[in-house]
Design a protein around this ligand. Structure first.
Ligand code: ATP
Length: 351
């Protein structure tokens, strides 16, 4: 799919000039506010970013940080107040510039299943996306897409009779049957259980590896996309605060927000760090698994809460002024009220 358009593609903006050397999707100075009157709410502010071809990029951030707004701007569903999105170097038409908004090379699956026809069966919901000009091809593509999403056995079932997870697979099949170059997913793993999520993630990964599809997805829960995404874009109050590979951002978070979002990290001021025996002039991010606890009757910290997490526990430990979250891999080893020493085994300085 490494197409380079020297001529404007069908989905283009009049008089646009091609820009060389950009990633597949490129946003520059992108801003969008909502609400009339004196104080409009800035949903995204001055975002500049790149999304690479054939990769899975996850846009993450807390609720209201502008994730869905950014996804809609990328697709061309929303008019930016300033800035632009480019696809293969060409500007993505905005709703004012395109009769049916949405870039032709992309498909978007929104939250909820509003696009599905509840009373039609799975096959018809997917096949209806293709024209009737070549019925053999229509049959072939629909079959292949249902197989890829592993719902071919559900072809004759009505949407109304499916589980939430199965409906999600139908919605993604509908988007993919037209062979878009980019798939945009808004909270695709919302309201589905962990085993379903992992299977769907694996299938999407497989499709990306096999076809070179580019996926951009939005998630409010970074833990669910850490293993799936090749790249993360982190938003905070509409601004981009970090962007890199998940492993890099997890290990070396550039700011406290990213550290908290990705790792539930403890953020210690330089003074707090001193209390824990570390001489630092800057604040530190210390992930809960970077702490070690040792029980000692005279120790300064005490276990205040034990949160059961299955094969491990999350412990809230305090010395009266400093509160610390630590992971305990041996459930039951530190009951509430146990006095403990807190040892920092690893930390990351925040600049
Ligand atoms: N159509 C709209 N009209 C008015 N305000 C809006 C609209 N869409 C988004 N906003 C506001 O813009 C901000 C960003 O919203 P957005 O939905 O993009 O965030 P989000 O990160 O996707 O949130 P969530 O995780 O809760 O879905 C919020 O303050 C939201 O209330």
């Amino acid at each position: 799919m490494a197409l380079t358009h020297t001529h404007p593609p069908s989905c283009s903006v009049p008089h646009d000039v091609h820009r060389e050397g950009l990633p597949l999707i490129h946003g520059e100075g992108l801003s969008r506010a909502f609400g009339e009157g004196k104080e409009p709410v800035a949903a995204v502010s001055d975002l500049t970013f790149g999304i690479n071809e054939g990769k899975i990029t996850a846009i993450i951030g807390e609720s209201g940080s502008g994730k869905s707004t950014l996804l809609r701007l990328i697709y061309g569903l929303l008019e930016p107040d300033s800035g632009a999105v480019r696809y293969r170097g060409w500007r993505v038409p905005t709703p004012r510039e395109k009769l049916i908004p949405g870039h032709d090379a992309m498909r978007m699956v929104s939250q909820g299943f509003d696009d599905l026809n509840t009373y039609a069966n799975v096959w018809d919901n997917v096949a209806s996306q293709l024209p009737n000009t070549d019925l053999d091809s229509k049959y072939g593509k629909t079959t292949e897409t249902l197989q890829r999403l592993r719902i071919d056995h559900l072809a004759k079932q009505r949407i109304a009779d499916l589980s939430g997870g199965e409906k999600q697979r139908v919605a993604i099949s509908r988007a993919l049957v037209n062979e878009p170059e980019v798939l945009l997913l808004d909270e695709p793993f919302n309201q589905v259980d962990a085993s379903f999520r992992e299977a769907l993630q694996e299938d999407i990964r497989g499709i990306v590896e096999k076809t070179g599809l580019t996926v951009v997805l939005v998630s409010h829960d970074p833990a669910e996309v850490l293993s799936m995404a090749d790249e993360l874009i982190v938003l905070k109050q509409g601004r981009l605060v970090a962007s890199a590979k998940p492993t890099l951002l997890y290990r070396f978070p550039p700011n406290a927000y990213t550290a908290r979002l990705l790792a539930k990290s403890n953020i210690f001021s330089a003074a707090d760090a001193g209390t824990l025996g570390i001489n630092s002039r800057v604040a530190l991010a210390v992930h809960p698994e970077w702490l070690e606890l040792n029980a000692r009757p005279e120790a300064g910290f005490m276990v205040q809460d034990v949160r059961f997490k299955g094969f491990y526990e999350e412990l809230l430990v305090s010395n009266g002024t400093l509160r610390v979250i630590a992971i305990n891999p041996q459930p039951g080893a530190f009951p509430m009220g146990t006095r403990v020493d807190v040892k920092v085994r690893q930390y990351h300085p925040l600049r």
